[in-house]
Design a protein around this ligand. Sequence first.
Ligand SMILES: *Cc1c(COP(=O)(O)O)cnc(C)c1O
Length: 227
Amino acid sequence: MISQNLENVFKKIENSALRSNRDPQEIKLIAVTKKVSIHNILECIKAGVNIIGENYVQEALSKIEKLPSHIEWHMIGHLQRNKVKYIIESCSMIQSVDSIELAEEISKRGKQINKIMPILIEVNQGEELTKTGVKNKDDIIKLVQHILTLPNLSLKGLMSIPPFFINPEDVRPFFRQLRELKDEINKIIPKANLTELSMGMSNDFEIAIEEGATMVRIGRAIFGERI
Ligand SMILES: *Cc1c(COP(=O)(O)O)cnc(C)c1O
């Protein structure tokens, strides 16, 4: 079932990319594996996934050691500063950077092991609906500028979890807004050179791709409902 689901997801990614005149190769699938068993994760890896997204540090660490070494894992959940040290070595990208303090801690820990950590800034587009992510544009610009001064971070782009709508078309304006924000940051701060947009989940990834997503984070459409 997982391999079938995955095949459908890959097909939809390809179709959405082609529909919007994009190269399907430029869209990465992050299989979101919170609460998913090792057995099922291994099955999706066999079926072609090579990046997984995890929300919780403890859960991620206990799984990662049981997976093939070529598998990358991305931190996509809220990250506390005091947990950075646990994930700095094994994590391939931290998508949920939302404060100067967290950025500084990641850079500091990266420096200790001589690693430059790829990161995304998590943007809160839903206002009061979700707690995590940076809300206002001035704060985002300030964070970008600060990150560019930190030696062991490589800022790649933006991530967002927009509010949920029954009709996925309603999310489109949020995806478009995130793309426009990326373009605006690149205009104001050319050396930021942001290229990645991590947006789109099971319900709405096709629309996110049409609006420019380079990473889609998909859980339920691959593994079924979480229990
Ligand atoms: C759970 C989660 C996803 C995946 O959501 P699905 O609806 O299962 O596709 C994506 N991103 C984040 C940050 C998540 O927490």
